[in-house]
Ligand binder design. Structure first.
Ligand SMILES: Nc1ncnc2c1ncn2[C@@H]1O[C@H](COP(=O)(O)OP(=O)(O)O)[C@@H](O)[C@H]1O
Ligand SMILES: [Mg+2]
Length: 427
């Protein structure tokens, strides 16, 4: 008898202990953006509290009141985050319909978690089938929130969240690093999604100058002590350059020599890809075991070239080699940079593109004033002159690189776009 009052409290204590243990076991959540749309305080509150948990310190979380309808309105003009959490009290059929409407405004790479009020296995199956990452039934606890986010973004079985984009120049000095840094900045500020830049030019890298940073440590620390690298250690090596932009800077000193083996950067890159949605790799103009390896493993490659013969020859060799190394991937993307230098003879865009079989993703004119001022002041082009047509071009490239826009080819403009819009409207 006397045990009766005692036993349940042991159960509760046990359960709490298990929860704490489960929570302890969770790894830090990467730098993702999360937006929640809640209908009740009972759900909004634990989500907000979860955002204060140390494991969520790197994630950007915002909780809005208002359910799916508010989300639909919100995403008509705002980019979708890495994760959307939606509370809905709607009945299963209504819920599915509303989610269908929301999906028209969602980036396909965004994950969605639904917090519902119906314990319905049929609904659960239907939601998972339609691409919802998880269905959780209210009421929810702080631990539920951290665990569900963790199961999507931290689970060792989960795909690395980060896409890597490697930038390399066809020659030195063509502006590859400038493109890498400015595009990283554009992606982070346009889409409010975390971007990490890794400067792999340890001896001469310029990311620290371009972002006006003087970090004590950086990529050298990581590459010379690979056994220590995990998300927590990596975090300490990063310099914060803007709200959603962090940098793994090169030392840019010559005290040491930098002869790396082919796998030297693999572990850092893997770890970084688990830690941010976009990883920009600024690869110097060298052809070594590690640079070849880094390029062959990147999700996307951007070659920057200027319109002259040696650049064309080198770009052709790079494109051919990368095709061999990555037979199942799209060819690298090309930026033709520094066109129109007065009095300099140059190869036309068409003549440059033809032998490569690649249409340049963008053609960026030579503008010594804009680029020179930005470089000397440690500012981004977009910060120097947001209205410049070059900044507009870079913003377009940022859309293409994040899969938000297709590569535009001249022929498809005009009627093609309208037909496409009509076709989409009909669906
Ligand atoms: N379109 C351009 N117009 C004028 N200057 C440019 C342009 N693109 C790059 N630059 C300048 O060229 C120089 C070399 O650029 P950088 O990005 O360091 O080249 P890379 O990484 O290919 O060696 C920098 O001073 C940069 O400001
Ligand atoms: Mg460079």
């Amino acid at each position: 008898m006397s045990n009766l009052a005692y036993e349940p409290s042991v159960d509760i204590a046990d359960a709490l202990q298990q929860d704490v243990a489960a929570m302890q076991a969770l790894r830090p959540i990467p730098r993702i953006s999360i937006q929640a749309f809640c209908e009740t305080e009972g759900v909004a509150h634990p989500i907000e509290r979860a955002g204060e948990d140390r494991r969520m310190a790197k994630a950007h979380l915002k909780v809005h009141m208002g359910g799916i309808a508010t989300a639909i309105e919100f995403y008509q003009s705002a980019p979708t985050p890495n994760l959307i959490i939606l509370e809905s009290r709607a009945e299963p059929q209504d819920l599915l319909e509303q989610l269908g409407r929301l999906s028209e405004h969602c980036d396909p790479s965004s994950k969605v978690v639904v917090v519902g009020h119906y314990n319905d296995i049929g609904l659960y199956r239907e939601l998972i089938r339609s691409g919802i990452s998880e269905y959780v039934i209210a009421p929810i606890s702080i631990i539920d929130v951290v665990s569900v986010v963790s199961s999507i973004f931290v689970d060792p079985e989960a795909e690395p969240i980060g896409r890597s984009i490697a930038f390399i120049g066809a020659k030195g000095g063509v502006g590859s690093s400038t493109m890498a840094h400015n595009l990283a900045w554009a992606m982070s500020s346009l889409f409010k999604s975390e971007v990490m830049v890794a400067d792999l030019d340890l001896a001469f890298g310029t990311a620290n100058i371009n972002f006006d940073q003087d970090p004590a440590q950086g990529i050298a620390e990581a590459v010379f002590s690979p056994e220590r690298i995990d998300e927590v250690y990596l975090d300490r090596l990063l310099a914060q350059c803007a709200e959603h932009l962090s940098l793994l800077a090169a030392p840019s000193t010559l005290d040491r020599v930098y002869d790396f083996d082919a796998e030297a950067f693999s572990h850092i890159i893997d770890t970084a890809q688990r830690s941010a949605p976009t990883l920009v790799l600024d690869v110097p103009h060298v052809w070594s075991g590690w640079s070849k390896n880094t390029l062959s493993k990147a999700d996307e490659i951007v070659i920057t070239a200027t319109p002259e013969l040696a650049n064309l020859r080198n770009t052709k060799n790079l494109v051919d080699m990368l095709k061999k190394l990555r037979p199942n991937d799209a060819p690298p993307k090309l930026i033709l940079n520094q066109t129109g230098i007065p009095k300099r003879p140059e190869i036309s865009v068409q003549d440059f593109a033809d032998p490569l079989g690649i249409t340049p993703m963008a053609v960026v004119p030579f503008d010594p004033q804009l680029f020179g001022n930005a470089a000397n002041n440690g500012r981004m082009l977009g910060e120097m002159d947001a209205k410049s047509p070059i900044v507009a071009t870079l913003n377009e490239i940022a859309h293409v690189l994040t899969g938000r826009a297709e590569l535009k080819t001249k022929k498809k403009a005009g009627l093609g776009n309208i037909l496409e819009a009509l076709r989409r409207g009909k669906k």
